[in-house]
Structure formats: structure tokens, C-alpha cells
Design a binder for this molecule. Structure first.
Ligand code: 5GP
Length: 252
């Protein structure tokens, strides 16, 4: 399928105009960045795995009635998604303390939280995606109260789904980040889960061994990132053996 003009290039993905109005082609790169792009590398095969894994999670969410932007996978590195207006928030759900929450609150990594905790960060790389409260969100008009109620509902449903799917393959969902988009249908707007859901945006720990199977492998130099992501894909049956990651090119 011919893709149109490049619309945007981010740290891990490139967006192109899609074949129909209101569609976007989302291309998954092999680039990995951490600490607000202070650490960078190209990890062979990461984009192929994330394209597949995000397809798997978004399709599963759709099947249980959680709306997402996902339409279909086009090839190894590209998927067709609905164009939406991204709300400028990173919505983070945490089941166990880790990462910035552990640092901020002095809670040991791996401590189970009393209940899932939802946090919001303002999406702005130049500011390092700072944590914000619902007060900031309302006062600055980033989302309405109705949007916030819907976002909380979506975030918790994604958490229940992903936790269950991961638990089924022996993986603990420690935390994750999602982004929410608005799609317009006539005069109405609907919120959908957008961007991607992949080991780039989740913390995934093997339940038995504690092995990290997510981007912390890259952030903390814990080994081969593609092996970790491929292990998640293998357990979920997403990529059968022998269809492993491919070299990054703009055509596969
Ligand atoms: P933390 O706030 O502890 O750094 O991250 C919490 C969760 O959100 C982790 O699963 C992390 O991967 C995800 N996350 C936070 N910020 C970003 C981001 O800018 N990009 C991606 N891909 N994931 C993020």
C-alpha cells in the first residue's frame, strides 16, 4: 500500500498520511532512546517486534470493547491507524512501584501498590514529560472533566486486560504508559487508545525469575533488548519461531 507524505517523526515511530482521509500509516523504527533521548541506539528488529506486539494488544482490546486507533497491520513495520488528535498527556498506570515512582516516593521497586495508581504527565520532551495533576489538566484545558472520567475508565480497562494477558504467560505487568486520542464522528468526539502498546511503554517482569522483558533492559544496560521483546512475543504466540526480527529498511 502506498503511503503518503511524512507527517511526523518521533523517537520510535514515523507517521505518514494514509491511503484514505482520516487514516495514518504508523511505521515502527528500530531506534531506542531513553532519558529524554540522552541515551540512543539502533536495536535490530525492535520495530518489527513492536509493530506485532502493539497489533496484538490493540486487537485484543478491541475484542473486549475498548476502542483503539488500530485498523490493520500492513507489513512487518507498518500499521494503518485512525488519525486522531492526541491529548497531550502520558497516562501511566502502576500496579507495582518502579522507575520514577520509586525514586520520587522512596518506595522499593517491586513493592505491590494497594491498588492500581493512575498518573498523568504532560507530553513535552523539552520539559521531560513532567507529572501533572488533574487541576493542571483542567486549568490548562488539555482535557475536560468528562474526558478525564473516560480516560480513567480506559486506563483501568487497559490495565485489567494487559495484566490478565501477561499473567497468563508468566509475566507481571508492573506499569505502562498509554496515550489517548480524540476521533471525531460527525459532531461527536470519542476517545480511543492511540500511539502504541509495546515493551517500549510497559514494565514487564518474569513472574518466576524477575527478569526484565521491557525497555529497562536498554535503559539500564541489562542485556539484549531484542531478545527480551522476542521472549514476550514468543510467549504470546505473536511471532512463530523462524519469523524473527528483520534488518531495518524502509520497505519491509
Ligand atoms: P516511569 O515514570 O517510571 O519512568 O515510567 C512509567 C511507565 O511508563 C514505564 O512503563 C515506562 O516505560 C512508561 N513511560 C513513561 N514515559 C514514557 C515515554 O516517554 N515513552 C515510553 N515509550 N514509555 C514511557
Amino acid at each position: 500500500m502506498a503511503r503518503g507524505k511524512k507527517i511526523y517523526e518521533g523517537k520510535a515511530k514515523i507517521l505518514f498520511e494514509g491511503p484514505e482521509p482520516g487514516t495514518i500509516v504508523q511505521y515502527f523504527k528500530d531506534d531506542a532512546t531513553a532519558f529524554n533521548a540522552e541515551k540512543k541506539d539502533v536495536i535490530d528488529g525492535k520495530g518489527v517486534l513492536n509493530n506485532r506486539l502493539s497489533e496484538y494488544f490493540m486487537t485484543g482490546l478491541g475484542q473486549i470493547g475498548v476502542p483503539t486507533h488500530f485498523m490493520k497491520r500492513l507489513n512487518m513495520r507498518e500499521q494503518l491507524v485512525r488519525n486522531c488528535e492526541i491529548i497531550p498527556l502520558e497516562v501511566i498506570v502502576r500496579n507495582f512501584a518502579a522507575g520514577s515512582m520509586s525514586k520520587r516516593l522512596g518506595i522499593e521497586e517491586g513493592t505491590q501498590l494497594p491498588r492500581p495508581i493512575v498518573e498523568y504527565c504532560f507530553k513535552d520532551d523539552s520539559l521531560g514529560d513532567p507529572l501533572v495533576s488533574e487541576e493542571h489538566i483542567a486549568a490548562f484545558g488539555w482535557a475536560s472533566q468528562q474526558d478525564m472520567d473516560d480516560i480513567l475508565g480506559l486506563a483501568l480497562r487497559v490495565n485489567d486486560y494487559l495484566s490478565g494477558v501477561m499473567y497468563g504467560v508468566g509475566i507481571r505487568l508492573v506499569d505502562f504508559k498509554i496515550e489517548i486520542g480524540r476521533v471525531y464522528e460527525g459532531e461527536f468526539q470519542r476517545l480511543v487508545v492511540a500511539d502504541e502498546i509495546s515493551p517500549d511503554s510497559c514494565r514487564l517482569w518474569d513472574i518466576e525469575t524477575g527478569r526484565k522483558l521491557d525497555k529497562d533492559v536498554f535503559r539500564r544496560d541489562l542485556g539484549n533488548l531484542t531478545d527480551a521483546y522476542a521472549e514476550v512475543a514468543r510467549r504470546l504466540g505473536v511471532m512463530p519461531k523462524g519469523t524473527g526480527p528483520q534488518k531495518p529498511t524502509l520497505v519491509n
